[in-house]
Structures are given as C-alpha cells and as structure tokens.
Design a protein around this ligand. Structure first.
Ligand SMILES: C[S@@+](CC[C@H](N)C(=O)[O-])C[C@H]1O[C@@H](n2cnc3c(N)ncnc32)[C@H](O)[C@@H]1O
Length: 241
C-alpha cells in the first residue's frame, strides 16, 4: 500500500467541516441500542456533535476526541461551530438533490436540528471540558482498551480526496487499540461524490493482518444518497496454541 502522491484538487465542501450531528443521527447512523448507550463510548472525531452532551446528560459515559479541540477556548469555539453549521447547511441547500429528505424533512429542518446539536455541544464544552479531549489521529491520548464502543463518523472514508489509505489503516488500528469491543465507522462513501471508498477491500485485508476483522452492516440512517452502511470492526480472537 502506498501513499497518494498526486492528490486530486479538493472539491465538494472544501475545508473539512466541523459538523454537529445529533444523538438521533448517531443512533440511526450506528444502529445504536439503549444497551450500546450504557457502554464506555469514545466518539472520534467528535467535532461539534451533540452526541456526547446528550448521552452523558442521560447518565452515559461518553468521551469525545477531535483535533479541533486543540484550538482556542470554549467561547471562541462556539462561534466557529455556529459558522460551520451555517456553512454545512449552505452546501446542502446548494446540492439538495444529492440528499434523501426523509430523516430531515427539508434544509430548514436540517439547519434547525444541527444548530440545536451545536448549541448543546458548545454549552457542554464549557460545563464539562474534560469530556472533550484534543487528539489527532492516527495517535490517540488514551490507554489500550479504554472504551467498550468507539464511534467514528464522517472522517474516515468520507474524505478520500485528502486522506490516503495508509492514514485510514493507521487510524483504524489506533481506534481499535483503545477499543475493548467494537469500532463502528459511518459512512463508507465519499462526502462529495458519494462513491464507495475505493480502497475498502485493501484496507480490510491489511486490517485482518493486524488482527482486526471488519464487517459491512446496513444502517437505518438515510440522508446522503449512497450512505447506507457502516463498517463494524472487532478484534480477532487469538486461537489457543
Ligand atoms: C465532518 S466532522 C464530523 C464530526 C462528528 N463526528 C459529526 O458527525 O458531526 C469531521 C471532524 O474530523 C476532525 N478531524 C479531522 N482530521 C482529524 C484527525 N486527524 N484527528 C482527529 N480529528 C480529526 C475535524 O476537526 C472535524 O471536527
């Protein structure tokens, strides 16, 4: 496996968005059950998602990790996140035909729910900063097997125009290092073109060599056209010798 040397120019939304998906979106994207939500969970990248705040508010144990948390204080960050929510919604309005309007009725509802999740995130970041840990994949600041369930949305596979296969392989290996149980990654398609990640088979083969098995599982979330599946990764049990 090689690094992509001549990357195509960045298209689609441009700079990677710090997005703010809600608990309802996470439940649908990752087929989360009530029992899943009671586990020790890592959300990486957490971005400005409302998931950590909402689940911890219900008595859960979620930690978010993102490289964006290195930047600025909580007040500055709230402004950035509000602007990012507007930027994401402008992109979706301009490309509305690429989306399935069933989870969200229309772009106005998309904006309202994402703004709500972003505000929830910003308030929780001020109240509970220890829940938001700065970290930059493919290296995470957590001991081995710290979490039962690791969730990763809209970074891996979504930005194959700028993240190469070695990054994907190393990032998944690191997410599995800190994971005692399952890693779930959504979606498996590019954020701009909706094409299936072209190196998925190669990455799955390399992961198997590293003791990780991946399984593609359909989810209930319907928004970006073509984004219907997550990847579930588990450690392969070593055979007793
Ligand atoms: C599109 S957002 C997704 C956020 C959240 N999971 C959601 O679905 O709303 C992508 C996030 O990935 C973060 N990110 C990009 N590269 C990263 C890296 N190498 N390590 C950790 N976070 C990264 C960005 O800062 C951004 O917040």
């Amino acid at each position: 496996m090689t690094r992509d040397r001549d990357k195509p120019p960045v298209v689609g939304i441009g700079e990677m968005l710090i997005s703010s998906r809600s608990l309802a979106e996470y439940k649908a994207m990752f087929n989360l059950t009530e029992s899943d939500l009671s586990r020790r969970i890592l959300d990486c990248p957490g971005g400005a998602a409302g998931f950590t705040s909402a689940v911890n508010g219900l008595g859960g144990d979620v930690t978010a990790c993102d490289m964006a948390y290195f930047d600025g204080d909580a007040e500055q960050f709230a402004g950035i996140v509000a602007a990012e929510t507007d930027r994401g919604n402008r992109y979706i309005r301009a490309h509305a035909e690429h989306y399935d309007w069933t989870f969200f009725a229309d772009p106005d509802e998309h904006l309202r729910l994402r703004q709500h999740a972003a505000a929830d995130f910003a308030a929780d970041l001020s109240r509970n900063p220890h829940r938001y840990v700065p970290g930059r994949l493919p290296t995470l600041p957590f001991p081995d097997a710290s979490f039962d369930l690791v969730l990763s949305s809209h970074l891996l596979f979504s930005y194959s125009d700028r993240l190469d296969p070695i990054f994907h392989l190393d990032a998944i290996t690191e997410l599995m290092r800190v994971c005692h149980g399952e890693l779930r990654i959504f979606p498996l398609v590019d954020s701009a073109s909706a094409a299936l990640y072209p190196h998925l088979d190669t990455v799955l083969t390399e992961l198997r060599n590293r003791g990780v098995a991946g399984e593609v599982v359909e989810v209930g979330y319907r928004f970006q056209r073509g984004a219907y599946d997550m990847l579930v990764c588990r450690h392969i049990a070593r055979e007793a010798s």
